[in-house]
Write a protein that binds this ligand. Sequence first.
Ligand code: MRU
Length: 360
Amino acid sequence: MPRKPVRPMYWLGDALLILDQTRLPTSIVYRELRTVQGVAEAIRTLRVRGAPAIGIAAAYGVVLGLRRSASQTRSSLIQAVEEAAAELSSTRPTARNLFWALERMRATAAKHADEGKVSLLRALETEANRIWEEESLACRRMAEHGAALLPEECTVITHCNAGALATAELGTAVGVIYAAIQAGKRVRVFVDETRPLLQGARLTAWELTRAGVEVTLICDNAAAFVMARQRVDAVLVGADRIARNGDVANKIGTYNLALLAREHGVPFYVVAPTSTFDLAVTRGEEIPIEERDPREVTQPFGFPIAPPAVRAYNPAFDVTPASLIRAIVTERGVIYPPFEENIPRMMPAAASPEGPSRQG
Ligand code: MRU
């Protein structure tokens, strides 16, 4: 690979510097976020997006929230952290990593609030850095485990952006592609454009091309024909939340792709860190699905493509039933069916429903 994958954000100590993903691929614009409100706005509007990246950004958002507050007593410090966490958790309901990261930040606050504001800030910053490092390491591990599943020469389809832009580094599904190429495999990639916000076309095609990977962009509705006419060896997607039974919430259109993969005998792999699993959710129907502004469908990027008064439905995610999934690749290894038995076994203890108090 000629170039290192792009980095979606940098922590500057007093600000979070993000690559504004709404401006890609035409402009490379960085924004400095100095307030919790700024981080929440960036997550809500998809300037920062992808479940793991949202979790990391939110963790730093809590630090920024506390920095700005005048709180000094234990209870007011806790309250400031709770308010920041509440603001951030209202942004995107489906991404489990968001709530997972905020739970860790709240637990850190509860542990260190007695030590005063300066120590608490240091502890929160350390925890946010730790979350970032752990997610980076998870990306590297998932990439290795996933790359081993691909043949020496292969064609894969991916959906949305589960790449470096969506994570701490490398990516989940796209990280597998980077690692396979690094290991000397010849990988050809079809990228679904991913309506309505075109994360596949704008982000995945951009980051893979930039990294020197061979990419062919297709309309979402071309995937069946591609599977029928070309040899496709695997579908690789990320996840926003995975239920205890293996049902997977991911970008709208993932379920379509899974159905097509089954029909054409193509293995369908989900690649996600353990921070994306929600063991308190027993099945996919319980996963909260974000609904976004219908104008993203009728006027994408401000350009009207439908009659102004037409009603549109815009779920941002769908749920792929576990029965359509060949395996789920995590940093701890590859999970195969029966998922109901094998998922809980693979999870770190803190991710169990008996872990820290939870919301989301
Ligand atoms: O709405 P987005 O762009 O945040 O959706 C992102 C996805 O659906 C990704 O596939 C998912 O978050 C996994 S990213 C590693």
